[in-house]
Design a binder for this molecule. Structure first.
Ligand code: ADP
Length: 428
């Protein structure tokens, strides 16, 4: 028996009933805990270990019988008296409650004057018994088991339906992205065409045009470049999802693709006081790969390392040849006996929580609130479309490689940093 006032958990979805019963029992000296549905009832019971549980039977989702059966199966609650409260008062309700594991039954409407005494009796050890012969009890038990199985079947059907609906919504989303990207591409190409007529080969305004147009034209050109990149990312994700990403393989040096990404981003990194350190990349063999696509992967990883590292931080890029991989990382186990070039992007940034380390490779996934979203490629915590990593992994996997993230966790103050590892197969 616990010290101090006894605790009673009342599982009931109707707030008016809850208030009334709680008021009466609090007045009688009990500490009341409340749960408005079965699942939270189970949780509170496990956490708080009440001395008695008052269980309304007609509650949403899991009913009071099922919640009772579950509670009685938990060793720490097996001896806690559970008293059923129900307004149904149909024939067999009392027996069903007792079969489900309840120790007593109080029909509604509750006799408020009598309730504290009834509760005290159950707390004092009163237990109701099922009347009838052993055979009758067996029949009741069978009926209850069958009912549980039917409810389970009903829930499985509901889940299957919800799952099918989710799949359909996901397909619709993919279709929408694909259509939107294709539709946007057409007017974009037209605007691009006209703009090209006004720019020279270096992307500056042609000398013969009026100087007053310089600012708007060069501004439109920059905006359009970004717009194009976004639409291309949308098209890429569609291709990766549908397995139609085409690779134009050629013999290439991984080193060149890495250097290309570094050159493109070093001035942006410099503006934020970030140092990019490139370890010596000698001894790497030529591989058959799509150079443009690998440049895209390294650009995405490096721009993320820049985005999620505070000003003044450091980004290290290292490469090596490895023979056979066995990664036991919980999120991304890898086992392969082949030869790979390993490229690691390591930053001193905010880091990534363990449970996010695989989710970030999902489509349109951002760890932060999307309201804070911007499509900057280099601003600190700039955010983006949330598909850069999905595309990067899609490309690496299309090459027969692997890409995953490692980090101690996310901490914007301490900055534990993140490591992104890319493995690209080398053909013997
Ligand atoms: P985004 O366009 O939002 O950068 P990504 O697919 O490239 O989309 O990345 C998904 C999410 O993964 C980011 O929103 C960010 O929360 C997290 N992330 C990616 N790279 C890093 C990194 N180097 N450090 C910390 N978090 C990262």
């Amino acid at each position: 028996m616990s010290q101090g006032p006894q605790k009673i958990l009342y599982v009931e979805d109707n707030p008016v009933n809850r208030r009334l019963v709680c008021r009466v029992l609090t007045h009688a000296g009990y500490v009341m805990l409340e749960a408005e549905d079965g699942l939270s009832g189970i949780q509170i019971a496990q956490e708080e270990r009440p001395d008695l549980i008052l269980m309304d039977i007609m509650i949403p989702s899991m009913d009071g019988y099922q919640v009772t059966t579950k509670l009685k199966s938990l060793p720490e609650l097996a001896n806690t008296p559970i008293v059923a409260l129900t307004a149904r008062a149909m024939e067999g309700d009392r027996e069903r409650a007792l079969i489900a594991g309840c120790d007593g039954y109080i029909p509604k409407p509750i006799d408020i004057d009598h309730l504290p005494l009834q509760i005290a009796e159950f707390l004092g050890g009163k237990r109701e018994e099922i009347e009838g012969s052993a055979e009758e009890r067996l029949v009741l038990q069978q009926e209850y088991s069958q009912e549980l199985v039917s409810r389970l079947e009903e829930k499985v059907r509901e889940l299957q339906k919800a799952n099918a609906e989710l799949h359909r919504t996901d397909e619709l989303k993919s279709k929408f992205i694909s259509i939107a990207a294709h539709e946007l591409k057409t007017p974009l190409t037209v605007i691009q065409g006209y703009l090209t007529m006004m720019l020279d080969t270096r992307g500056h305004m042609r000398a013969e045009l009026s100087e007053t147009l310089r600012l708007p034209i060069e501004g439109i050109a920059r905006g359009l470049e970004r717009f194009n990149a976004i639409v291309n990312e949308m098209l890429d994700i569609t291709r990766i999802e549908s397995g139609t990403l085409e690779l134009h393989r050629q013999l290439m040096l991984v080193k060149d693709a890495i250097t290309n990404a570094v050159h493109k981003l070093e001035s942006a990194a410099g503006e934020r006081g970030l140092t990019i350190k490139l370890s010596p990349m000698s001894g790497l063999s030529l591989i058959q790969a799509d150079a443009g696509r690998l440049r895209q992967v390294f650009f995405n990883l490096l721009s993320n390392a820049i985005k999620y590292t505070p000003d003044g931080g450091e980004i290290n890029i290292s490469t090596k040849i490895i023979q056979g991989v066995e990664v036991t990382h919980p999120n991304h186990p890898v086992r392969d006996s082949g030869t790979f070039i390993e490229i690691v992007f390591e930053d001193t940034g905010i880091g990534i929580d363990l449970e996010e380390q695989e989710r970030i490779f999902g489509h349109f996934y951002e760890v932060r609130d999307v309201d804070l979203h911007s499509t900057s490629k280099t601003r600190f915590m700039g955010g983006g479309l949330g598909i850069g990593l999905a595309i990067a992994r899609g490309i690496v996997e299309a090459h027969g490689g692997f890409l995953w993230a490692e980090s101690e966790g996310r901490d914007e103050e301490r900055c534990p940093g993140s490591r992104f590892r890319v493995l690209l197969p080398v053909e013997d």
